[in-house]
Design a protein around this ligand. Structure first.
Ligand SMILES: *Cc1c(COP(=O)(O)O)cnc(C)c1O
Length: 690
């Protein structure tokens, strides 16, 4: 996890120590000026630094992790609010209105203002970032300047009576401008900008701007202008230089330091109470409180100790790539969506088919990646799959392709899902269930699975007669469009003719059709140019084909999935000896056999070793041998002498220059790629590659 110098993560610890200093005044016993400089000038870099790292990491992922960041921050804030409730009570508590204001703006204890500030700040910063960085920084800078007048420059700004009125009006509602509106957005965006000045310039800039800020602070203090002391004119410049310097030095990461610095920050007020209380109880006031430096050291040491203990007790989650996993290449998915969308005629939108856990790719991850690529319509097999998508934030149209009992229509409404009408009786039942339902009318044009028969106009008009059923689409499904054999092509032609005839009849009779759609993947590949509203694309979206058979149009699609596991143990099996259940493998030569942490319960076909199944180890092909077990497999690594426990084993996908195609694996096992992929087990965590 580490590797290299984790300058940013190390600096978090220093910043946390500075925050503790703000609240303990370590130099108070030395001199008032020294204490002022340390806690009201130097330590004022700590919070902007924390905000800049947040902005930096959020922007590096194009703000895609904002939701997760906000949820995590909210959870931390909630934990801190609860932790400090006893202190609030001890201090006398607040009125209900005061409590609410503190919860939303100031934080419920003095140091907790950071949380509401960063929450609001991130929302504003992300919104501003859409304007482009220069405009966003200008806007956030203007907000900061406005805030400055309510902070350390208050006395200067409010020489103008109009401004005094304005600020004092503001302060009657909110006690500080150092908050999520005036203060946080600028530092979040400066972090997001990731400005790099080069090492020398950054170093000189840091020293100079710290000097300037110190002068500014002492001057304002002498003027008596400071209402508060968190914001200085030179502070953003200092932060740009300092952050740039840290970026130059930053070549690694230390996640542990992130957690520990946050814990120090959260816990130190508790430690102040404990150290003071403990000192009084033990009669050690002289030692622990009277000397401000020792007091600071005691609080800091206690905070670090508690943070380390809590860190060791944290919930440990298994690494996703510890045993066996699915690796989803989100870039490939986005690429495929763009290629497919470009292949569709004007006005026809891609509907991403993400049923069966997105053909084994991980529905949540795949749908979110597709949404990021502009896909606004999805199809699933059942209501539960549709709900799962909504729960992870998928918007737009979600069509349930399979049958849904009429008793579940409240779920369709609650989650804004569209339902396929499977036949006339299904339509009747949906209409009778009470309450409106969005439907896509299925038309059976020759597959004879679902849909009202094409040309059954009585049944079709009946559907339109129900006020509860809102027809948002009319569609059919082709059953041999993957074949280029003449008879199959003719059958597809008949299906198309029946479909468009029915659509024509609807239009003639003034029935709204909503979006019309008939192509799935092979429809797009073999029948391009259909004037439809949607193309429901599944397998092609994942960059693979159902089989190795020929297709009309060659699109540049890239496989989005790799399946990998690890070697767990390697041993030598003597010639004539055997391995695995049923003694199915018999060594003809001394054979190095490796056990691999994946089995048929993870979705691999049990007959794969028998059918010539291969894996990749260190970029080389190795044979699967013996019987596939439920959770493990055996492979022959005789030709890869370096193979060792812990090595990654690729079952589908690329490793070095070598590749194992899902299509080939399916062909070996006498099935189609769709079956192999959709059967991949939920036990395989999805690792996203962005
Ligand atoms: C599964 C399915 C699709 C997607 O098929 P692909 O061949 O994977 O593109 C489209 N429409 C319906 C009705 C389906 O059931």
């Amino acid at each position: 996890m580490s590797g290299g110098r984790a300058a940013l993560d190390r600096f978090r610890l220093l910043a946390a120590a500075l925050v503790v200093a703000i609240h303990t005044s370590p130099l108070a016993g030395v001199s008032e000026a020294a204490d002022f400089w340390l806690t009201r000038v130097l330590a004022r870099i700590a919070v902007p630094f924390f905000m800049m790292v947040s902005g930096y990491f959020l922007a590096r992922r194009d703000w895609a992790g904002t939701g997760k960041f906000l949820r995590k921050t909210l959870a931390l804030y909630a934990a801190a609010v609860v932790l400090y409730l006893p202190v609030n009570f001890y201090n006398g508590g607040f009125s209900a209105a005061g409590w609410l204001r503190r919860l939303l703006v100031d934080g419920t204890l003095y140091h907790l203002w950071y949380f509401p500030a960063v929450l609001l700040g991130v929302l504003i910063a992300r919104q501003l970032a859409r304007l482009g960085m220069p405009a966003a920084l200008a806007a956030a800078g203007a907000l900061y300047l406005a805030g400055l007048g309510g902070d350390s420059w208050y006395g200067v700004f409010t020489r103008a009576p109009a401004l005094r009125l304005l600020y004092d009006g503001f302060f009657s509602v909110c006690p500080y401008t150092r908050n999520g509106l005036f203060y946080a957005p600028l530092f979040l965006l400066l972090g997001a900008a990731g400005i790099r000045l080069g090492r020398r310039a950054a170093l000189v800039g840091t020293a100079l701007s710290l000097g300037v800020m110190s002068a500014e602070a002492f001057w304002l203090r002498a003027l008596g202008a400071q209402r508060h002391d968190s914001m200085y004119l030179a502070l953003p410049v200092l932060m740009i230089c300092l952050f740039s310097l840290l970026l130059e030095e930053n070549t690694g990461e230390k996640r542990k330091f992130r957690a520990i610095s946050m814990l120090i920050y959260l816990l130190h007020p508790m430690l102040i109470i404990l150290v003071r209380g403990g000192a009084k109880a033990l009669g050690l006031e002289r030692l622990l409180i009277a000397d401000s430096l020792i007091h600071y050291a005691a609080v800091l040491a206690g905070s670090v100790l508690c943070a380390c203990v809590l860190y060791r007790l944290r919930l440990l989650r298994p690494r996703k790539d510890a045993r066996a996993w699915r690796e989803l290449d989100c870039g490939a998915l986005r690429h495929n969506a763009a290629v497919l969308q470009a292949a569709l005629p004007e006005g026809c939108a891609l509907m991403g088919v993400v049923k069966a856990d997105a053909y084994g790719h991980g529905a949540a991850q795949a749908a979110r990646a597709l949404q990021g690529a502009g896909v606004r319509a999805f199809a699933v097999a059942c209501v539960a799959e549709g709900i799962a998508l909504r729960r992870v934030g998928v918007r737009g149209e979600i069509l349930v392709l399979g049958y849904t009992p009429a008793s579940e229509t409240p779920l369709l409404r609650r989650w804004k899902l569209s339902q396929t009408v499977a036949d006339a009786a299904h339509g009747r039942a949906l209409a009778a269930a009470g309450g409106p339902v969005r439907i896509h009318l299925g038309i059976d044009t020759g597959m004879h699975r679902l849909g009202i028969p094409a040309g059954d106009y009585a049944a079709i008009s009946e559907i339109y007669s129900y006020k509860n059923l809102r027809v948002c689409g009319v569609f059919s499904h082709l059953c041999v469009v993957d074949s280029l054999a003449a008879a199959d092509v003719a059958y597809t032609g008949e299906q198309l003719a029946r479909f468009y005839e029915t659509v024509g009849w609807l239009r003639e009779h003034g029935y709204p059709t909503g979006k019309v759609h008939i192509q799935a993947s092979y429809g797009v590949l073999n029948l391009p140019g259909q004037a439809c509203g949607y193309a429901r694309v599944g397998i092609a979206l994942y960059g693979v084909r159902s089989s190795n058979g020929p297709v009309r149009s060659q699109l540049d699609l890239r496989p989005a999935l790799a399946v990998r596991a690890r070697i767990t143990s390697v041993r030598l099996v003597a010639a004539g000896d055997c391995a695995g259940y049923d003694r199915a493998f018999r060594a003809e030569r001394p054979t190095r056999v490796a056990a691999v942490s994946i089995g048929y319960a993870d979705g691999l076909p049990r007959e794969l070793p028998k059918r010539g199944g291969k894996v990749l180890v260190r970029g080389q092909e190795c044979a699967l041998i013996g019987r596939l077990c439920m959770d493990q497999a055996l492979i022959d690594v005789t030709e890869v002498p370096e193979a060792a426990a812990g090595d990654v084993v690729t079952l589908i996908g690329c490793d070095g220059g070598a590749v194992l195609r899902a299509e080939d694996l399916a062909a070996q096992c006498g099935t189609i790629t769709n079956e192999i992929l959709s059967r991949l087990g939920q036990r395989l965590p999805v690792v996203e590659r962005r």
